[in-house]
Design a protein around this ligand. Structure first.
Ligand code: PLP
Length: 430
């Protein structure tokens, strides 16, 4: 590719041209680069500088993968939109997702265009299937920007505009953060789950008219928080005992990111009733899905309406198939496991001699480096984290804070991250 004419200040230039969203996404940097192209785990700007991409949880198979590019462009030339008749790529993709299902009971797929839509649909399915209204979500969780997915996200809990509009059916339980939260000892899993049971049974609580519980199996925007072992299975028991369904939002952690398991819920030892997935699924192409039980999906067919003009279009489906092929053929889940362990080891080594690292959360290629001013008080090093991100950019690494925990460097690179790139990141951070 020929480099574009470079501009003195790309952010100002883009804003001038009306790209308000693009500018908003660059809020972390004083002088953000203008990224022109990508290759595997690298991004390259208009000046030809390359950066290790430690934040792109969408391009799981890597940027500009030739097999993906070829599959998508071939399909574009053949049939680029829904014809209103079934096509084989759609059936093939649904079948392939069901093959990856964590449990035989989850055998039905509904395709949409994004994670937010998948969450909206999951909430709708739960409410239609149970005939009930209430939903319990976790503080510091993130599930999307559409009205229903936003309502169960922290953005709606603490933002005054959204809190005023947060519907009465949404109830919030504490995030099970054993480093910072109210329960930190060996009993944290049971204590957090008991808190949630108390919330359910509060006379004005959600337990009576309970439709669902939704959570990320490992919480991304909260800083890569892995719930203490046994927490999620206890919560699922409490929810099911009261007739609710359990939704696992796997938009960030599904598709092998955790390394040890294809699904985050499997890593946590639970079988959800509904799984939502997106991001990785299309490697950047708009594609999301709900994976659920047939009886739940049939409730929607019976009593609701579900139609998406572009959801599961031929091009998205072919993109989705290419992603699954590459993950399998290039053993990317195994790479996430191996490089993730290597990275965790290097970060643990760094933490042992660097007083600013309070804790390394997460697993696989989904980690959170929590920066503190003092290890004993655990005071968050928030402004320092922003400065570190700016400096890392100069050193050739794109890394950003977790949105609900601005003192946590959130690590969520393409699953093809090389060991060399992981080392490059840790050496620069050091
Ligand atoms: N759920 C989770 C866990 C997410 O992280 C996100 C996006 O960051 C979403 C849902 C929403 O997905 P999308 O941005 O594709 O609408």
């Amino acid at each position: 590719l020929a480099p574009q004419a470079s501009v003195a200040d790309p952010a100002t230039e883009l804003t001038r041209r009306g790209a308000v969203m693009a500018a908003a996404q660059e809020k972390y940097y004083e002088r953000p680069p203008q990224i022109e192209r990508g290759w595997r785990d690298l991004l390259i700007d208009t000046r030809g500088r390359s950066y290790v991409d430690m934040v792109n949880n969408v391009a799981v198979i890597g940027h500009s993968h030739p097999r993906f590019t070829r599959a998508v462009s071939d399909q574009l030339a053949l049939l680029n939109t829904n014809s209103r008749f079934l096509y084989s790529a759609l059936a093939d993709l649904c079948e392939r997702i069901v093959e990856k299902s964590p449990d035989p009971s989850l055998d039905t797929v509904l395709l949409v265009n994004s994670g937010s839509e998948a969450v909206d649909l999951a909430l709708r399915l739960a409410r239609i299937h149970t005939g009930r209204g209430n939903v319990v979500a976790l503080r510091e969780g993130y599930h999307g920007w559409t009205m229903a997915s936003d309502a169960v996200s922290t953005s709606a809990f603490d933002n005054p505009y959204a809190a005023a509009s947060r519907p009465g059916w949404v109830h919030i339980a504490d995030v099970p953060n054993a480093y910072r939260g109210t329960h930190r000892g060996a009993g944290a899993a049971a204590e957090y789950a008991a808190d949630l049971a108390r919330l359910l049974d509060d006379p004005s609580g959600p337990g009576v008219d309970l439709a669902a519980f939704i959570s990320e199996p490992v919480l991304g925007n909260a800083g890569g928080i892995v719930p203490p072992a046994g927490y999620l299975s206890r919560v699922y028991e409490h929810i099911r005992a009261r007739g609710g369904l359990c939704i696992a939002d796997e938009v960030q952690v599904g598709y092998g990111r955790l390394g040890s398991h294809f699904w985050g819920s499997a890593q946590q030892g639970v079988v959800p009733d509904i799984i939502t997935v997106a991001k990785a699924m299309g490697n950047g192409y708009p594609l999301g899905a709900v994976l659920t039980r047939r009886d739940i999906a049939e409730s929607l067919a019976r009593e609701g309406n579900f139609f998406s003009s572009a959801g599961g279009s031929p091009v998205s489906c072919v993109a989705g198939l290419a992603v699954l092929d590459v993950i399998r053929d290039e053993a990317l889940q195994q790479n996430a496991d191996a490089v993730g362990r290597h990275l965790a080891g290097r970060l643990a080594e760094l933490a042992a001699r660097h007083p600013m690292i309070g804790k390394v959360h997460g697993m696989g290629l989904y980690q959170g480096v929590e920066l503190v001013r003092d290890r004993d008080t655990r005071e968050p090093a928030t402004s320092e984290t922003a400065a570190i991100c700016e400096r890392m950019l100069e050193l050739g690494v794109i890394v950003q804070p977790a949105s609900e925990r601005q003192n946590v460097l959130k690590i969520k690179p393409p699953l093809c991250l090389s060991r060399e790139s992981a080392d490059f990141f840790v050496d620069r951070l050091d």
